[in-house]
Design a protein around this ligand. Structure first.
Ligand SMILES: [Zn+2]
Length: 130
């Protein structure tokens, strides 16, 4: 099952941002029946590139986004020449996965055990008759 990601650089207010978009489908384990459950992913996050040697600003920063006309969260990271893109994607993937994936309705066969072998008392009754 393919997972798509898209990285886009953007300058804004003299700062460099990376916009990371993720979409696709992942198969997780249902927390109720332990079967496979497919989850749709569709997330977008913004990363602020901070020059190496400078302190990262607080995590909870927001900036006014001129494109979206709204306040938007972003995560600051240190820029480097060898930016590990896959690591970024992996982090974003982990953040966007549901914590407890579940089917809307589990389709596990149930009730089979209700018609299991007869109770030992039934066998005992037979013995007493013979
Ligand atoms: Zn289930």
């Amino acid at each position: 099952m393919p997972l798509y990601y898209r990285l886009e650089g953007r300058m804004q207010g003299g700062k460099a941002f990376i916009v990371l978009q993720l979409s696709g489908e992942v198969v997780l384990t249902c927390q109720r029946c332990l079967g496979d459950v497919a989850c749709q992913l569709d997330s977008q996050s913004r990363l602020l590139l901070v020059p190496e040697g400078e302190d990262l600003p607080d995590d909870e920063l927001t900036v006014y986004d001129e494109d979206y006309r709204e306040e938007d969260d972003f995560d600051p990271i240190h820029a480097s020449r060898n930016l590990d893109v896959l690591e970024l994607v992996e982090d974003e993937l982990l953040l966007s996965l549901p914590l407890s994936p579940m089917h809307e309705e589990c389709s596990v066969p149930t009730g089979e055990w209700l018609e299991g072998p007869a109770s030992p008392f039934a066998a005992l009754g037979k013995l007493q008759k013979s």
